[in-house]
Ligand binder design. Structure first.
Ligand SMILES: *[C@@H]1O[C@H](CO)[C@@H](O)[C@H](O)[C@H]1NC(C)=O
Ligand SMILES: *[C@@H]1O[C@H](CO)[C@@H](O)[C@H](O)[C@H]1NC(C)=O
Ligand SMILES: *[C@@H]1O[C@H](CO)[C@@H](O)[C@H](O)[C@H]1NC(C)=O
Ligand SMILES: *[C@@H]1O[C@H](CO)[C@@H](O)[C@H](O)[C@H]1NC(C)=O
Ligand SMILES: *[C@@H]1O[C@H](CO)[C@@H](O)[C@H](O)[C@H]1NC(C)=O
Ligand SMILES: *[C@@H]1O[C@H](CO)[C@@H](O)[C@H](O)[C@H]1NC(C)=O
Ligand SMILES: *[C@@H]1O[C@H](CO)[C@@H](O)[C@H](O)[C@H]1NC(C)=O
Ligand SMILES: *[C@@H]1O[C@H](CO)[C@@H](O)[C@H](O)[C@H]1NC(C)=O
Length: 602
C-alpha cells in the first residue's frame, strides 16, 4: 500500500471516528447514561467500536436500541480489581471441604434416585458447582497473536487461529505442595492463550466468523456419500431464502432466523447419528442416572438421543455424526477418588475407551474424529476431553472461550439446566407478568469462586432494590428462590468456580431477564441466538455499576427484552417426549450446524 493511500485511509478513519464519538457523546447526554467519565471512556472504547461495527452481523445489533448495544463494551481501561478478586496466579482453586459435603451427598442421591423429589436442600441453586475444580492460567505470558482484544480484527492475518500452537511450552508444576488446594486437575500442560482480559460477546461473534473462515476439520482419509450431503446442506443454508413468517420463530432473537430455519429443516431431513455401542454402564449408556440436578443436560440429551428413531442409524456408513455416549457426571461419580485432587484416572478411562473404538472401527480415523461428538455438563469435562478428544465436537456446559481449548465454531455451549423433577421437567414453569415483578434484581447462591464474594460485598444489604443474597435458608421445594425468580425483573447469573451457571436457563424458565456476569462465558446456542436481544451482559469489573446499568434500561426496553425471553423459552425446555425446537433438538442442531460449517470434503 502506498503511503498516500494509507494516509488517506487513516484520515478517513479519523474523520469517521470523530463523527462516531460525537454521535456517541450526544447519545450519552440524551440518555444520561450513568457513567461518570463519559468522555474518556468513549475514547478508550472507540477503537473497539470501529472494529465491531465492521464485522458484527448487522441484523443482530441493529435490533437493539443503541443504548444497550454497547453495554457490554464499557471498558474503563484503568480498572483495578476490587479487593477480594484473587489474582489468578495460582493454578488451581479446589475447595476440599466442598467434596463430600452434605450438599454434595444430597445432590448425589437426588441424581441417582430419579423419582424422588429433591425436596428443599437446594436453596439458591443448591449444590451448584459443588466440588468443582478450576484450573487457572498460571501467568499472563504474551504470545504472538495472543493479545486478541487489541489486535486488528480487520486484518485477519494478524489474528492467529485459536488452535493451540503445536508444542507450546510446558508449564512447570509448582513444587510447592503444602497447600491443600492444588493439583486438580493435572492436565493443564500448556499455556492457555492469553487474549487480553475479557472477550466480549461482540468479540466472540468476530471470533466465530473468523474461525469459520479459517479453520476446517480434517480432510477425510477417504470419501463418503455423507460428505457430499453435508456440503449440499451448507450451500443450502448459506443461500437460505428469506423466511416467510414462521409464527413459532421470532426473528429478533436469532442471529439469522432464515439460516437457522433452513439448517433446522435440513437437520430434520437428513441428519443421521451413529451411537457407539461400546462402553459400560453406568458411565456409558445410562442416562437415567443423570436426569436431575445441575448436570441433567447430559442425561436428558443421552436419553433422548438413544431413543430417537428419527435420528439414530445403525449403519455407520450413513452417519453424519458419531456420538460418544458417556456421562461426565457418572465418570466423576464412579472414578474420582475423593480427596485425591487428581482426575488423571478419569482422563485415562476416556482414553482407553477411545483407543478401543478407534482400534475396532475406522469411523474415527476417516475424519480424525471431527464427525464425533460428546455432550458433557460436569465442569471437569472440558479438561478431561481437552487432550484426546480435542478434534471432536464437544458440547460443554463449561464453555469458557479462553479455557480448556474451547473452540468457537467447533465446540458447542451446552445449556446447564437444573432439572428439579425428572417426571415433570416443566414443573413451576413460567413467572409473573412484568407489572408484578417488584424486585429489580435477584441473586442467591453459595460463595463459589472468587467473584460471588465481590458481588455480595457490593450489593448484599446495600439497596432495597437489589436482592442479593448468599445461600438462602431452606424452604420447601426451594420456594423462596423460585418466588424471587418469578417476581424479579432481572436475575443475576454470576459465575461460580467456572463460567457456567444453571441460573441462565432458570431465568429464562421463570421469565426473568438474565443478567450474565461471567467474563468469557459463551452462552448456549451462541451460533444461533442473538443473546444481546434478550439478556444483559455486564463485565465483572463493572460490578459496582450494576444497579446503574439496570436502571438505565428503560421500561420500554425491559418489556421488549422480557417478551423475547418468552420467545426463546421453547429452546430451553426439556420435555419427557422431545418436541420441535426444544432444547434437545437445539443441542443436536448446534452440533450439526458446527459440523456442517466445518466440512472439508475431499
Ligand atoms: C453503540 O455502538 C454502535 C456501533 O456498534 C454505535 O453506532 C452507537 O452509536 C453506540 N451507541 C452508544 C450509546 O454508545
Ligand atoms: C486512570 O487512572 C488515572 C490515575 O488514577 C486517572 O487520573 C485517570 O482519570 C483514569 N482514567 C480513567 C479512564 O478512568
Ligand atoms: C492464591 O495465591 C494468593 C497469593 O498468591 C493467596 O493469597 C491465595 O490464598 C491463593 N489461593 C489459593 C486458593 O490457593
Ligand atoms: C490494523 O492493521 C493495519 C495494517 O496492518 C494497520 O495499519 C493499523 O494501524 C492497524 N490498526 C490497529 C488498530 O492496530
Ligand atoms: C495484514 O497483516 C499482514 C501481515 O502482518 C500484512 O502483510 C497485510 O498487509 C495486512 N493487511 C492489511 C489489509 O492491513
Ligand atoms: C511434595 O511433592 C513431592 C514430589 O511430588 C513429594 O515427594 C513430597 O512428598 C511432597 N510433599 C508433601 C509435603 O506432600
Ligand atoms: C441471513 O442469511 C441469509 C442466507 O445466508 C442471507 O441471505 C441474509 O442476508 C442473512 N440475513 C441477515 C440479516 O444477515
Ligand atoms: C486408526 O488409526 C490408528 C492410529 O493411526 C490405528 O492404531 C488404528 O488401528 C486405526 N484403526 C483402524 C480400524 O484401522
Amino acid at each position: 500500500m502506498s503511503h498516500e493511500l494509507q494516509y488517506l485511509l487513516e484520515t478517513k478513519r479519523l474523520v469517521w471516528l470523530v463523527a462516531v464519538v460525537f454521535a456517541l457523546f450526544m447519545m450519552f447526554q440524551y440518555f444520561e447514561f450513568p457513567y461518570g467519565d463519559v468522555v474518556s471512556s468513549l475514547f478508550s472504547a472507540s477503537k473497539a467500536q470501529i472494529l465491531e461495527t465492521e464485522s458484527y452481523p448487522p441484523e443482530a445489533s441493529s435490533q437493539l436500541p443503541p443504548i444497550l448495544r454497547n453495554i457490554t463494551r464499557f471498558d474503563s481501561s484503568n480498572y483495578t480489581k476490587p479487593a477480594g478478586i484473587l489474582e489468578k496466579d495460582n493454578r488451581t482453586i479446589y475447595k476440599e471441604n466442598d467434596v463430600g459435603s452434605g450438599n454434595f451427598e444430597s445432590e448425589r442421591n437426588a441424581n441417582l434416585d430419579e423419582f424422588t423429589e429433591t425436596g428443599d436442600d437446594v436453596s439458591g441453586e443448591g449444590v451448584e458447582e459443588v466440588e468443582k475444580a478450576e484450573v487457572l492460567a498460571p501467568e499472563k505470558a504474551r504470545e504472538p497473536g495472543g493479545d486478541f482484544l487489541t489486535s486488528n480484527l480487520s486484518n485477519s492475518s494478524s489474528v492467529q487461529d485459536f488452535e493451540e500452537p503445536a508444542g507450546s511450552q510446558k508449564i512447570p508444576v509448582p513444587s510447592d505442595n503444602k497447600s491443600s488446594v492444588n493439583e486438580v486437575p493435572p492436565v493443564k500442560g500448556r499455556h492457555e492463550k492469553p487474549m487480553g482480559e475479557v472477550v466480549t460477546i461482540l468479540e466472540m461473534h468476530d471470533m466465530l466468523v473468523h474461525n469459520r473462515a479459517s479453520t476446517r476439520s480434517m480432510k477425510p482419509r477417504w470419501s463418503s456419500a455423507v460428505d457430499q450431503e453435508l456440503l449440499d446442506a451448507k450451500l443450502q443454508i448459506e443461500n437460505a431464502p428469506a423466511i416467510d413468517n414462521d409464527p413459532t420463530l421470532y426473528p429478533s432473537v436469532y442471529v439469522n432466523v432464515s439460516r437457522f430455519k433452513r439448517s433446522y429443516e435440513l437437520m430434520e431431513k437428513i441428519l443421521k447419528v451413529y451411537i457407539y455401542k461400546e462402553g459400560e454402564k453406568p458411565i456409558f449408556h445410562q442416562p437415567q442416572a443423570v436426569l436431575k440436578g445441575i448436570y441433567a443436560s447430559e442425561g436428558w440429551f443421552m436419553k433422548h438421543m438413544k431413543a430417537s428413531k428419527h435420528f439414530v442409524t445403525k449403519k455407520p456408513k450413513q452417519a453424519h455424526l458419531f456420538y460418544i455416549p458417556f456421562s461426565s457426571r457418572m465418570l466423576e461419580e464412579k472414578l474420582y477418588v475423593p480427596g485425591s485432587h487428581n482426575h488423571k484416572n478419569l482422563v485415562q478411562y476416556l482414553k482407553n475407551y477411545l483407543d478401543l473404538v478407534v482400534g475396532r472401527y475406522n469411523f474415527w480415523n476417516r475424519t480424525g474424529g471431527s464427525d464425533h461428538f460428546l455432550v458433557a455438563c460436569h465442569d471437569w469435562a472440558a479438561s478431561e476431553t481437552k487432550k484426546h478428544m480435542d478434534t471432536c465436537i464437544r458440547a460443554l456446559c463449561n464453555s469458557d472461550v479462553k479455557k480448556e481449548g474451547f473452540k468457537l465454531g467447533k465446540d458447542v455451549a451446552l445449556p446447564e439446566t437444573f432439572v428439579r423433577s425428572a417426571k415433570d421437567p416443566l414443573r413451576e414453569f413460567g413467572g409473573k407478568p412484568p407489572s408484578q415483578r417488584s424486585t429489580l434484581a435477584f441473586f442467591a447462591g453459595q460463595m463459589h469462586g472468587d467473584f460471588r464474594p465481590v458481588l455480595l460485598q457490593h450489593w448484599e444489604n446495600k439497596d432495597p432494590d437489589m436482592k442479593i443474597f448468599g445461600k438462602l435458608p431452606k424452604s420447601k421445594n426451594n420456594k423462596n428462590y423460585v418466588q424471587y425468580m418469578k417476581s424479579s425483573k432481572y436475575c443475576i447469573c454470576a459465575k461460580g468456580y467456572e463460567v457456567n451457571s444453571p441460573r441462565v436457563v432458570e431465568a429464562i424458565f421463570y421469565e426473568c431477564v438474565p443478567v450474565i456476569i461471567s467474563d468469557n462465558f459463551v452462552p448456549p446456542f451462541f451460533e444461533i441466538l442473538n443473546w444481546e436481544s434478550f439478556a444483559v451482559f455486564v463485565q465483572e469489573k463493572d460490578i459496582a455499576n450494576l444497579k446503574n446499568i439496570l436502571v438505565s434500561i428503560s421500561q420500554k426496553r425491559y418489556l421488549v427484552m422480557q417478551e423475547r425471553v418468552k420467545q426463546v423459552q421453547q429452546h430451553f425446555l426439556w420435555h419427557v417426549k422431545p418436541v420441535k425446537y426444544d432444547i434437545f433438538h437445539m443441542i443436536l442442531h448446534s452440533i450439526w450446524y458446527n459440523r456442517v460449517f466445518r466440512i472439508n470434503p475431499r
